[in-house]
Ligand binder design. Structure first.
Ligand SMILES: Cc1cc2nc3c(=O)[nH]c(=O)nc-3n(C[C@H](O)[C@H](O)[C@H](O)COP(=O)(O)OP(=O)(O)OC[C@H]3O[C@@H](n4cnc5c(N)ncnc54)[C@H](O)[C@@H]3O)c2cc1C
Length: 275
């Protein structure tokens, strides 16, 4: 059993620990570190949430990073919980999964002795709690292209309480804006499907379109068809649809307030028709 920070494992499988053969990753030197190479950021799987939030290079490229990470668990859990653990836990609402999906990250899988392979993070999540991770493999690294000057990034999360709670719905976006048009869109959402979802149809719809209220309303209609939330303890299906719609608009309003008049997109909600 691979054990990184243990913040998921010790909650979910504490009873199995005594009998299991444990392989500890938290201090594995080859899985640590955050570095930049040719415009790409490379993170070791054993990097903690606190290390990501505190990284000077990431803070430079992601204004507001610290505030995004304050929404994730708590200081003690962030100090122990790792990137690899968050991805491998395969929770449909894993915050780091959602954060890095929007960045269209690539995952390096393997171990010291086996061949390495690299896959897009969006292909890693195959079905509910089912991963593209073979016997004996572990997550070693994650890499993504750093946002440039014309790129915008935002992360949103709504939980039953603001802190120390997992999400009802979370979402992240990265996009570029050139002459008022949207390009290179990465959009993700959690809590609206059996897996952390990369919204490829919605992103494709937005690609090259002018950033206007009308575009966003139309994109929301595409997005509502792309998601399949279920009613559970975190909220009803219709509530999660509504939340994602609001958070989707919030991405653009936060990144480009002068382009987006919220009054124009936030039409009164009637029944369960959020499109
Ligand atoms: C009180 C509390 C609050 C929390 N709040 C949040 C929250 O707000 N948002 C959120 O997303 N999560 C939250 N979590 C869940 C958890 O903290 C995160 O998912 C964390 O990132 C898990 O990392 P870990 O290193 O502790 O994983 P572990 O518990 O060590 O491992 C989790 C799983 O991943 C596997 N694993 C670990 N590393 C690797 C690797 N490199 N390769 C392959 N498999 C690996 C393990 O075998 C295990 O199956 C919370 C947990 C607690 C206890």
């Amino acid at each position: 059993m691979l054990v990184a920070g243990g913040t998921d494992l010790l909650v979910q499988k504490a009873d199995e620990f005594a009998a299991a053969e444990l392989s500890f990753l938290f201090d594995a030197g080859d899985l640590k570190g955050i570095r930049i190479e040719n415009g790409q950021c490379i993170l070791g799987a054993a990097v903690t949430a606190s290390e990501i939030a505190g990284s000077p290079v990431l803070r430079k490229h992601f204004p507001g990073l610290e505030n995004f990470f304050k929404l994730i668990s708590s200081t003690p859990v962030r100090n122990m919980g790792t990137l690899g653990g968050n991805l491998a836990n395969a929770s449909p609402i894993g915050d780091l999964s959602i954060f890095f999906l929007a960045l269209d990250a690539q995952l390096m899988l393997g171990n010291r002795s086996s061949a390495k392979r690299e896959i897009p993070l969006k292909d890693f999540f195959k079905a509910y709690k089912e991963l593209d991770l073979r016997e004996g493999e572990r997550i070693e690294r994650l890499r993504f292209r750093l946002p440039g000057e014309k790129d915008f990034f935002n992360f949103e999360k709504v939980s039953k309480r603001a802190h120390l709670d997992i999400a009802s719905v979370n979402t992240a976006i990265r996009f570029s804006l050139e002459d008022g048009r949207l390009f290179r869109i990465g959009l993700s959402a959690g809590g609206v499907a059996p897996v952390p979802l990369f919204l490829s149809l919605t992103a494709a719809f937005l690609e090259g379109r002018e950033l206007t209220e009308e575009t966003l309303v139309q994109a929301n209609a595409v997005m509502q068809d792309e998601i399949s939330p279920i009613s559970d303890i975190r909220g009803s299906e219709s509530y999660k649809r509504l939340l994602l719609r609001q958070l989707f608009y919030a991405h653009f309003w936060k990144c480009q307030p002068e382009f987006v008049n919220l009054k124009k997109v936030l039409t009164p909600i009637t029944g369960t028709n959020f499109a």
